[in-house]
Design a protein around this ligand. Structure first.
Ligand code: PEP
Ligand code: MG
Length: 753
């Protein structure tokens, strides 16, 4: 049975549209169970009925016509209870509803199972038998298991097949749902990344002219190298040099022997160039795809990306040119930073990605650039989106496809309001970030990936509250040397001196493994991460700390922060290593000074050990992303449980209160550097808590300042006290939305004003 189950699921997944998917289901299930009829009813919320969507055994003409009202009949009963129903004599059941169009009366045996996705009943899968018979337990569990697996495929096929009806008329505001990646709304044209070259569609073919094929291939590789360098240059003004190393990694792959040599070998064995390319790219990508490590798996997509680029040049002499519309919404299965760079920044209006979450690189880039993004739109039929008009709502994580006139008009209004709102927020530039009763809340910047400080004046940024040092490590192919790190840190420290810059020591592991330092673990987030790696590899830590100290000579604005601290022993040992690096450098003749040292509070144990930790360091900073993940036991990158990840949860707020109180005992300043710090809904709560600084991405600064300047600390404390007593995150969210609305600041958390 297991084989049959896999086969059915595979075929359904491969079906091009809903109709074919359902047809496959009913015919394969009927054969597998050996029954007389198999049908699928899909629930239509609008007409409040279960519509016969496919059948094998009943009259074909009834498909699409027979609609059983919700709550009626046996199908209604299955959907209502969301449980299987197995009846030997259906007509004898009190809920039996006789439907003549399908010719059902003659069937007695009935087994129906619900098709459920995310707690929602999508429809009912039914098998019938002419004779009176109860289906066996094996048959029930088979159908039940199958239905559970089909739900995802049905949703996907439905989204793809329904595009036209989904979007045009009467049904109005239907949309695809993802997760908010970056706030804002945009109306634009969907441009699918890489729609030209489809490597998988290349057939095998014998090479007529081996020499010519080899030359064409080499020329295509050279052209891609040129393209990458141009893109690298184009992004140079927007992202710092060390992040630009992403392109170096790609160029390295191209320049590296294996990919090119193997392709040439295949051509020499008789394949034509595109076929040889497909084979070697596939083989290389496969190696990475089979790795458990997320980062290394991502390398497979880099390799396929390169393959498509080479193919594009092989297929045409002219370079790949896309006419980007003035409002381009980049759509892709997994939108990459390189693809983003290809769109001229003045044309880029938004990003929609079928995979990823708000903590993906692309989402971080989007936030830094102030462009709306919707991530993890799992039902996105990417191939059918190109050239369509799209509206994306980055506040709610929605994507409207070819929207109706009324939806468009509504979003035009919202976009206009948002422009006015942004202009108003921008007018706060240069003004102090202080409450109406004069208490200052310095705003700091989170950085590390994007050079997002260009347009912000000194008065707006009190310093760098979090510089994530791992990103430059991630885009290289080996650990960067001490001298390379010195240059990197010096640039940041100098750029902001005399304002403080908090450099965080390497926080790899979890979802941020290094390609050249693979870690294989069952539970990476609970495993070897952050300072745990630093302690196991003091040489990596010492090199980094030495670079930080050397970079700060004569500037003295360096603060060092330790991530993922879970106990005091870690702090004691790491402080000793920092002192050692400092002393050694002095001996070597560098005029280094001891920096302030702080810890991140992002593990629940650190919350409860706050006093012991605070006593040992100069400052603490709460990483609410990880703290939420560990407090609520919700993987921050898993779109399946994304709804449960909410940093406004009262448990998070109560932890913050505990941290602030504990740190006060030793007069240590408390900062917040997780995403919560940049969320205007949380600003009042953080003011009420009395935190000393907030650190966020550039795009959030002015909005947060607006909130700070709109409330008194007294009022903030009152609101905080009420929120702390609440029972769930939704309640807190609604309450804070109300508070912002009352001040006319509703536009800071939803589209429009
Ligand atoms: C956090 O966990 O809140 C944080 C700021 O660190 P990162 O997102 O880099 O893990
Ligand atoms: Mg963290």
């Amino acid at each position: 049975m297991l084989d049959t189950l896999h086969r059915i699921v595979k075929e359904v997944n491969a079906a091009p549209d809903l109709e074919k998917a359902l047809f496959t289901i009913v015919s394969m299930v009927k054969q597998a169970i050996d029954c007389d009829v198999c049908s699928v009813y899909l629930t239509d919320a609008e007409t409040r009925s279960h519509v016969l969507a496919a059948t094998n055994g009943l009259r074909e003409e009834a498909v699409g016509k027979v609609a059983l009202p919700l709550g009626r009949g046996l199908v209604g009963l299955v959907a209502e209870r969301a449980e299987p129903l197995n009846i030997s004599d259906a007509p004898g059941h009190p809920r039996y509803l006789r439907i003549t169009e399908t010719g059902e009366a003659q069937y007695r045996g009935f087994l129906g199972v619900p098709i459920i996705q995310n707690r929602k009943v999508l429809g009912v899968l039914v098998v019938r038998q002419e004779a009176q018979r109860e289906f066996t337990e094996d048959e029930v569990t088979f159908l039940f298991t199958l239905a559970a697996q089909l739900a995802g495929a049905i949703t996907m096929a439905r989204a793809s097949g329904e595009l036209d009806t989904l979007t045009t008329h009467s049904r109005g505001a239907r949309y695809l749902e993802g997760r908010p990646g970056s706030t804002g709304v945009s109306i634009g044209t969907g441009i699918v990344a890489y729609r030209l070259a489809d490597l998988d569609a290349i057939p095998d073919r014998a090479a007529d002219d081996m020499e010519g094929e080899c030359n064409a291939f080499r020329a295509a590789v050279a052209a891609v190298e040129d393209d990458l360098r141009t893109l690298q240059d184009r992004l140079a003004g927007q992202i710092p040099a060390e992040d630009n190393a992403l392109f170096d990694a790609l160029l390295l792959m191209l320049g590296g022997d294996t990919l090119v040599t193997e392709t040439i070998e295949l051509i020499e064995q008789g394949q034509w160039a595109p076929g040889a390319l497909r084979q070697s790219i596939h083989a290389h990508a496969q190696v990475f795809e089979n790795m458990e490590d997320v980062y290394l798996r991502e390398r497979a997509s880099d390799i396929r990306d390169l393959g498509r680029r080479i193919l594009m040049h092989l297929q045409s002499d002219s370079p790949h040119q896309v006419d980007y519309p003035s409002a381009t919404i980049l759509v892709g299965e997994e939108v990459s930073a390189v693809q983003l760079a290809e769109v001229p920044s003045e044309c880029l209006a938004g990003i929609v990605s079928a995979t990823g979450s708000s903590s993906s690189h692309v989402a971080i880039l989007a936030r830094a650039m102030g462009i709306p993004a919707v991530m993890g739109v799992t039902d996105l039929p990417v191939n059918r989106i190109g050239e369509r008009e799209l509206i994306i709502d980055g506040y709610r994580g929605r994507v409207y496809l070819s929207p109706s006139v009324s939806v468009r008009a509504e979003y035009e209004r919202l976009a206009e309001e948002e422009r006015a709102l942004t202009a108003e927020a921008e007018s706060l530039r240069g003004m102090p970030s202080e409450s109406t009763d004069g208490i200052a809340f310095p705003l700091h910047l989170n950085t590390g990936l994007v050079n997002d400080t260009n347009s912000l004046s000194n008065d707006d940024i009190a310093g760098i509250g979090l510089y994530r040092t791992e990103l430059p490590f991630m885009v290289r192919d080996r650990f960067p040397a001490e001298s390379v790190q010195v240059l990197n840190y010096r640039r940041v420290l100098e750029g902001f001196a005399p304002r403080p810059v908090i450099l965080r020591t390497l926080d790899i592991g979890g979802d941020k493994p290094l390609p050249y330092f693979p870690i294989k673990e069952q539970n990476p987030f609970l495993g070897w991460r952050g300072v745990r790696i630093s302690l196991a590899h003091p040489e990596i830590f010492l090199t980094q700390v030495r670079a930080m100290l050397r970079a700060a000579v004569d500037l003295d604005n360096l603060q060092i922060m330790l991530p993922m601290i879970s106990g005091v022993a870690e702090v004691d040992e790491l402080k000793m290593l920092i002192t050692r690096a400092h002393d050694e450098l002095l001996e070597e003749g560098y005029a280094v000074s001891m920096p302030q040292i702080g810890v991140m509070i992002e593990v629940p144990s650190a919350v409860y050990m706050i006093e012991e930790l605070a006593r040992r360091v100069d400052f603490v900073s709460v990483g609410t992303n990880d703290l939420t993940q560990y407090l609520l036991a919700v993987d921050r990158n898993n779109s399946r449980v994304a709804e449960l990840f909410d940093d406004l949860h009262p448990a998070v707020l109560r932890s913050l209160e505990h941290v602030v109180r504990g740190a006060r005992v030793f007069n240590r300043p408390v900062g917040i550097c997780g995403e919560l710090a940049g969320n205007p809904l949380a600003t009042i709560l953080l003011m009420g808590l009395g935190v000393d600084s907030l650190s966020m991405s550039a795009g959030a600064l002015m909005k947060v300042k607006w909130v700070v300047r709109s409330f008194s600390v007294l009022r903030a404390r009152q609101l905080l006290q009420a929120a702390l007593r609440m029972e769930d995150a939704q309640q807190v969210r609604r309450f804070m939305e109300g508070a912002l609305d009352d001040m006319g600041l509703g536009g800071l958390f939803r589209p429009g004003r």
